[in-house]
Design a binder for this molecule. Sequence first.
Ligand SMILES: *Cc1c(COP(=O)(O)O)cnc(C)c1O
Length: 359
Amino acid sequence: MQPYSPGKPIDEVKRELGLTDVVKLASNENPLGPSPKAVEAVKRAAEEMHLYPDAGAYQLKERLSQHLDLPPEQIMVGNGSDELIHMLGSIFLSGPEDNIVVGDPSFVRYDAAAQLSDSQLIKVPVTSNLKLDLSAMAKAATEHTKLVWIANPNNPTGTLVSKLEVDELLTKLPAQTVVVLDEAYFEFASDQAKYPNSLDYVRAGKPVIGLRTFSKAYGLAGIRIGYGFASIEIVDAINRAREPFNANLLAQAAAIAALDDQEFLNRTVQLNAEGRAQLNEAFRAVGSKPVESFANFVLADLGIPAKPVFEALLREGVIVRSGHVLGLPNYLRVSIGTKIENERFGIALSRVMAAQGKS
Ligand SMILES: *Cc1c(COP(=O)(O)O)cnc(C)c1O
């Protein structure tokens, strides 16, 4: 297994390069910070942190049940959706005869879900315009395929697959195969008319699992809380397999409060749309080609190797992700920041690209 390579921490970059002012646009975090209502709720809950959390996350599931209009028995919560990804691997996969189908590149924790269960990983390249290739993924599936993983929008490409494509995938898969629609960036993309909402499939009893998180649009990445929904049988299996206190006391309180802070969510989505236009413009200004993004980051083709550009940007105090670790050596992935952070990135990028003789 490859160890997970996280975005570089701000403090490490400051220390190593002797910089004082560093911005991080590398981990798709919320540039507005957390919801103020969630912060208040965590402060109140801190007084009770000597107690074990509610193992059934009763209040959070009730609140999610209202939010999703789905019975609480069909809802699961985890220590981030990363934990749910691992647990789905452990309940569905039982050894080398089983496999999962994933896009390439897509979210790297799906690979771990197969590897931890000693099962096979079938990687299907994205199309030439970097979209998950659902018809190729359907063809790759075998009678031993337990899960097909669709990040929608996909990370690291930011691309979307349509309702039509998902409908068709579902008609083509073997009977025992379940589709995971990982909607970590749901709140940024769900206004698209063609968006295939995982909830609709789960409600209709299709073999689909929906995953969402509080880490991105809700600004709670550091406290670790994510959720998912599926058939009662799948959620029951997760409940048997999971650690009883997997969603901690502070995280449960934060998530409940964040769901009530619609104003914060609206501001986040609005800021993201403006910032996306800003980053697209910054890339085009240096002759790079941004991929149309439906998430809170932008991937762009620089036309030259990204690694030296990534390193030069670090020396300018701007942390982004280089595509060379994502299987896209000429691409850079940049999380959408505040207006000022995006401007700073644009200025740094034009300086760096000029030095590379590319603008
Ligand atoms: C960020 C991300 C997650 C993980 O979110 P957590 O809830 O913080 O674990 C899951 N899937 C995708 C595609 C992501 O980009």
